[in-house]
Design a protein around this ligand. Structure first.
Ligand code: BGC
Length: 406
């Protein structure tokens, strides 16, 4: 009986706990992560929030490393792509395979997404969404006033930007942070070069592709875009660039669909106040947000991890979170009926792209390459964007940086 009492007391005390490290701090992002916090609390969990501001997650990843090195990893971490495997290889990730099996994740997820979430064949991370990276966002009124439509080729984009510039409007809202430069760069790369070029250059890191005439043309277009950005872009956060499009100071932003979450959080309506279009040339660059669980002690923490994993893949969460976040659900069985035309386009294009081989992992958002290689490319892109380096010099520097990172 004493044993039963002890067990009973223990069970009553065990309460799911999670310290969650993430970088969702902008208006749309905060609204989205709140959905998970609320669901976690409603199931009796205690959430300790560890937000680390900084778009793209660079600062969050630095904070994570410090925490793990000091032997004090958070219970759950916003982590994605090959970085999940890199942390697994350090021996610090927990296994959530039992939750995944109990909830049929293998049937609910596209195989490519499931693969990103697995460590040695077992689930170690849970996916929340699919973001498309290569989008242009436009201010509907500004474009109507200028008599312009959303551009469908880069030449059209350049011509529209010149018209806007003549009207005193900043054509392209951009924040001068290296991951934002990388976002624009890879969107041009897939558009101008196509899927095979993107794969050869930015996934397989093939030297001939990295130094090709196509890559020179990609840098040429990036140089042209640099001329459409205002003088104060340096260090600007991505959501402040989105705000410039919202208030009509700028016409376009090239950014993943987390920007849509920002427009929506401000009460703006897609198709009326703002417009979306894939960046010219097509291809679908995907970016799947996910949470990896780190090895922690204590039943309350383990319960917290399992509960989080279950909620993240829940049907309701996948719908509500993604309505706020600008992305589409990772789960295949969540209908897009409640979503807007941009999400509908994303879902449709993803299907088409997956059928014709142009569904590609985003290098700029940590889906395609390991940290060292992605960092080498981004450093070169940023150095180019912030200097008068020629495109020919840029491709030489790019190939060398990649080689040195291996
Ligand atoms: C993440 C998004 C996030 C964006 C801006 C991307 O890398 O996948 O979830 O909203 O960065 O911080």
């Amino acid at each position: 009986m004493a044993a039963a009492m002890v067990l009973g007391a223990g069970a009553a005390l065990a309460e799911p706990q999670a310290e969650v490290l993430h970088w969702w701090t902008s208006g749309g992002e905060a609204k989205s992560v709140q959905v998970l916090m609320d669901e976690f609390a409603s199931r009796g969990g205690t959430w300790t929030d560890m937000p680390v501001a900084g778009g793209g997650g660079d600062a969050a990843m630095t904070a994570l490393r410090a925490r793990v090195l000091s032997g004090n990893a958070p219970t759950a971490v916003q982590l994605k792509g090959p970085a999940i495997q890199e942390w697994y290889e350090e021996g610090v990730l927990a296994n959530i395979n039992a939750v995944a099996m109990a909830n049929n994740w293998d049937e609910l997820l596209p195989e490519a997404i499931a693969d990103h979430m697995k460590c040695d064949g077992e689930y170690c991370a849970a996916p929340v969404n699919v973001h498309r990276v290569n989008w242009i966002w436009g201010n509907a009124q500004v474009l109507a006033d200028a008599g312009l439509e959303m551009p469908t080729t880069w030449a059209e984009f350049n011509a529209a930007a010149e018209t806007l510039q003549g009207m005193g409007i900043t054509p392209l809202a951009h924040g001068g942070q290296s991951w934002q430069d990388a976002t624009v760069f890879e969107s041009i790369a897939v558009g101008l070069g196509g899927a095979d070029f993107f794969r050869a250059a930015l996934i397989d890191l093939d030297e001939a592709a990295l130094t090709s005439d196509t890559m020179i043309a990609v840098f040429d277009q990036l140089r042209i875009l640099r001329g459409f950005v205002d003088d104060d872009f340096s260090g600007r956060d991505w959501n402040l660039a989105t705000a410039m499009v919202m208030n009509g100071e700028a016409a376009f932003q090239i950014m993943g669909d987390w920007a849509k979450g920002e427009f929506m959080a401000a009460g703006l309506v897609p198709g009326k106040d703002f417009l979306c279009a894939p960046t010219p040339g097509g291809g679908y660059l995907y970016n799947v947000d996910s949470f990896a669980m780190f090895s922690v002690e204590g039943q309350d923490n383990i319960d917290g991890q399992n509960l989080l994993a279950e909620l993240i893949m829940g049907e309701n969460f996948q719908e509500v979170f993604n309505l706020n976040k600008g992305s589409i659900p990772a789960r295949l069985d969540v209908p897009l009926d409640a979503f807007d035309y941009c999400a509908g386009r994303s879902g449709y294009d993803m299907d088409v792209a997956s059928g014709n081989g142009s569904l590609l992992p985003s290098y700029a958002h940590g889906m395609a390459l390991r940290g060292a290689q992605a960092g080498a490319i981004t450093d070169t892109v940023t150095a180019f964007f912030n200097s008068d380096m020629s495109s020919a010099d840029a491709v030489t520097a790019l190939a060398l940086a990649v080689k040195n990172s291996m």
